[in-house]
Write a protein that binds this ligand. Structure first.
Ligand code: GLC
Length: 564
C-alpha cells in the first residue's frame, strides 16, 4: 500500500475513496456541546460545527470524531443516549447533521460518529417500556434486571460498584407502586446497561450503524467497547475488580473484555464492509495490551485506542518502550497503531505535563476509581513547562506511523480549567464520587474563539461551563497568524505530516543520551525529542518544524524537532 498516494488524495478537496484512509489519519475530536454555539443558548451545536469547517480545513486534519450528538438529558455529557437514530434538538436536526456532513466532506474531511452500545439512557423508549412492564417481560429482557437480595429484596443483587462510584445497581418502583427489581448500570444510574445477549438489541444496533453509514458517516468510535457482553450466571460473583490492573487477562471478568464480545463486532464488520470504502471503527477498550489486537483486527472493529502514552509521564524511556511495543502489536493485528494525549475524559496534556513527576498519571484512565482528576494542588502546576512538553510530545506523536487523535482545544495549547465552582459542575463522576474526583468538566469548557466577548466567541450567549478570564489569551483569533503560536505550530506540523507520511515504518537512531529519542521514517524524515532539561546538539539535517524555539544548532530541553 502506498500511504503517500493515500494521503495525497486526501489533501485534495475530494474525499478519498481509499479503503485505507484511516491508517495514518489525523483525527480531531469535537465535543459538540463545547465547540461552537450558533444560536446563543450556551450549548455548542451542529450548525456551530458547520460554520467552523474552514477552520478545520485550515488546521489540516483528515477526519472529525464527533462525541455523542444524540438526544440526551446530559446526565453523562451525551453518553446517555435517548435515541440512537436522531440528533439532540438542543444541537440541531438531522437536516443540520446532513449539512455538517456535506460541508466536512466538501472540505475533504471524513466524519466519525461516537456510538454508545453498552448502555442507553434511562429516557430511552426501551427503558420506559421496561419500567412499565412486569418482571420477566420481554421489555425487561432488553436490560439487566434482577431481584434484590435480603428478605424484602432491598439489597442490590451483588456488591458491584459503578465506574462513577456507588453501587452498580439501582432499584426501581414496580408499575403497581411497590419497591421492585434492580437494574445494572456500570456507569451512572441514568445509563442502564443493555442486554447484549438479546438478538433484538443486536439487530437494532446493526440498523443504527446502517442508518448513519447511509447518511455518509465514514466511521465509528465505539464507547466502552469491552463491556457489552456479561457473565450473569447466578450467584453473581462478589467483589468484581474494576481497575484494568485487577482485570483478568483470560476473558474471565464478568463484564470487562469477555471473549464473546468479538462475535458482536464480527457482525458489525459485515455491515461496515457493505459500504465502499468500508466504514471504519475504533474501539475505546480499556483492556490489557495483549488483548487489544482482538478489537483492532480486520475481522473486528479494525482499530483500537492505545492509551499508553496518555498515561505515561513525559519520559524518554517510557515513550520509547510504549512506541516500540505498540508498533509491534499493530503489526500483529494488521491494524495501524493509534496515538492520543488528550480527550474529553482526561486532564489536558498541557496541564498534566506541568505537574510534578507522576502528574501524568493524574489522568488515570477508566480504571474503576475512574478518571482520577484531582490533579496536584494548583501551586504545583508549571503551565509554561506543561505547554512546552505538550507541544514536544504532540510533534513526536505526529511523526509516528499510525493515526493521531487530537482533542479540540489542544491546538490552542489550552490548559485544564481547575477553577470550576462545584455548583457549575456537570460530570456524574464528580457527584457520585464526591471528594475523590473532581470530574472531567475541566477539559470540556467551551472553546475560546476570540480574546474577549461574552463567551470568548463561543456564541452570542454564555457558555454552559464557566470559562475563566485567562481563556482569552488562548483564543483562536489571538493565535491565528501569530508566529510561534500553538495554533500555527499545529497547522504547520499537520501539513508537513500529510506531505511526509510514507510507509508505516520507524527506525530508531542511537543518540548516546537516554533522555533523547531520535527516529527516522521512510523518505529520510526524522524526529528528535529532547526530554531532558539541558540543550543537546542537533543531528545533521534541515529543520522542518520544531515544537519550540531552537538555539542555533542546539535542541533545548522539552523540545522536538523534525529534520530531513
Ligand atoms: C466512555 C466515554 C466517557 C463516558 C463513558 C460512559 O468512557 O469516553 O465519557 O462517560 O464511556 O459512556
Amino acid at each position: 500500500m502506498s500511504n503517500t498516494a493515500t494521503l495525497a488524495t486526501l489533501s485534495g478537496s475530494n474525499l478519498s475513496a481509499d479503503p485505507n484512509w484511516w491508517r495514518q489519519a489525523s483525527v480531531y475530536q469535537i465535543y459538540p456541546r463545547s465547540f461552537s454555539d450558533s444560536n446563543g443558548d450556551g450549548l455548542g451545536d451542529i450548525r456551530g460545527i458547520t460554520a467552523k469547517v474552514p477552520y478545520l480545513k485550515k488546521l489540516g486534519i483528515d477526519a472529525v470524531w464527533l462525541s455523542p450528538f444524540y438526544p440526551s438529558a446530559l446526565a453523562d455529557g451525551g453518553y446517555d443516549v435517548d435515541d440512537y437514530r436522531d440528533v439532540d434538538p438542543k444541537l440541531g436536526s438531522l437536516a443540520d447533521f446532513d449539512g455538517m456532513s456535506a460541508a466536512l466532506h466538501a472540505a475533504g474531511i471524513k466524519l466519525i460518529a461516537d456510538i454508545v452500545p453498552n448502555h442507553s439512557s434511562n429516557r430511552h423508549a426501551w427503558f420506559k417500556e421496561a419500567l412499565a412492564s412486569p418482571r420477566g417481560s420481554a421489555a425487561r429482557e432488553r436490560y439487566i434486571f434482577r431481584d434484590g437480595l435480603g428478605p424484602d429484596g432491598g439489597l442490590p443483587p451483588s456488591d458491584w460498584e459503578s465506574v462513577f462510584g456507588g453501587p452498580a445497581w439501582e432499584r426501581i418502583t414496580e408499575p403497581d407502586g411497590t419497591p421492585g427489581q434492580w437494574y445494572m448500570h456500570i456507569f451512572a444510574k441514568e445509563q442502564p446497561d443493555l442486554n447484549w445477549s438479546s438478538r433484538e438489541i443486536r439487530d437494532d444496533f446493526l440498523k443504527t450503524l446502517r442508518f448513519w453509514s447511509d447518511r455518509g458517516v465514514d466511521g465509528f468510535r465505539v464507547d466502552v467497547a469491552h463491556a457489552l457482553t456479561k457473565d450473569l450466571t447466578e450467584p453473581l460473583l462478589s467483589r468484581v475488580e474494576l481497575s484494568l490492573e485487577g482485570t483478568a487477562t483470560d476473558g474471565s471478568h464478568p463484564f470487562w473484555d469477555r471473549d464473546e464480545v468479538h462475535e458482536i463486532y464480527a457482525e458489525w464488520r459485515e455491515v461496515f464492509n457493505e459500504y465502499s470504502p468500508p466504514r471504519t471503527a475504533v474501539a475505546e477498550a480499556w483492556v490489557h495490551a495483549s488483548r487489544r489486537g482482538r478489537y483492532a483486527s480486520p475481522q473486528g472493529l479494525g482499530q483500537a485506542f492505545n492509551f499508553d502514552l496518555l498515561q505515561a509521564d513525559f519520559d524518554a524511556g517510557a515513550f520509547r518502550e510504549i512506541i516500540t511495543r505498540n508498533l509491534a502489536e499493530a503489526a500483529v493485528s494488521g491494524a495501524s497503531s493509534t496515538w492520543v494525549f488528550s480527550n474529553h475524559d482526561v486532564v489536558r496534556h498541557a496541564t498534566r505535563y506541568g505537574l510534578p513527576k507522576g502528574g501524568g498519571r493524574h489522568a488515570k484512565g477508566q480504571d474503576g476509581k475512574g478518571w482520577l482528576l484531582a490533579g496536584a494542588p494548583a501551586g504545583e502546576l508549571d503551565a509554561g513547562l506543561g505547554l512546552r512538553r505538550a507541544r514536544a510530545a504532540t510533534l513526536l506523536m505526529l511523526a509516528l506511523p499510525g493515526s493521531a487523535y487530537l482533542y479540540q482545544g489542544e491546538e490552542l495549547g489550552l490548559q485544564e480549567v481547575t477553577e470550576i465552582p462545584d455548583a457549575a459542575r456537570q460530570d456524574p463522576a464528580f457527584f457520585r464520587n464526591k471528594g475523590v474526583e473532581i470530574g472531567r468538566d475541566g477539559c470540556r469548557v467551551p472553546l475560546p474563539w476570540t480574546p474577549d466577548g461574552a463567551s470568548f466567541g463561543f456564541g452570542d450567549g454564555g457558555a454552559h461551563l464557566p470559562q475563566p478570564a485567562w481563556f482569552g489569551r488562548y483564543a483562536v483569533a489571538a493565535q491565528d497568524g501569530a508566529e510561534g503560536s500553538t495554533l500555527e505550530f499545529y497547522r504547520q506540523a499537520l501539513r508537513l505530516r500529510r506531505e511526509l507520511q510514507g510507509a508505516e515504518e520507524l527506525e530508531w537512531l542511537d543518540t548516546g543520551n537516554a533522555g533523547v529519542l531520535h527516529f527516522r521514517r521512510p523518505g529520510g524524515w526524522q524526529s528528535v525529542t529532547n526530554f531532558g532539561g539541558g540543550a543537546v546538539g542537533l543531528p545533521a539535517g534541515t529543520v522542518l518544524v520544531s515544537s519550540g524555539p531552537l538555539d542555533g544548532r542546539l535542541l533545548p530541553g522539552n523540545t522536538t524537532v523534525w529534520l530531513r
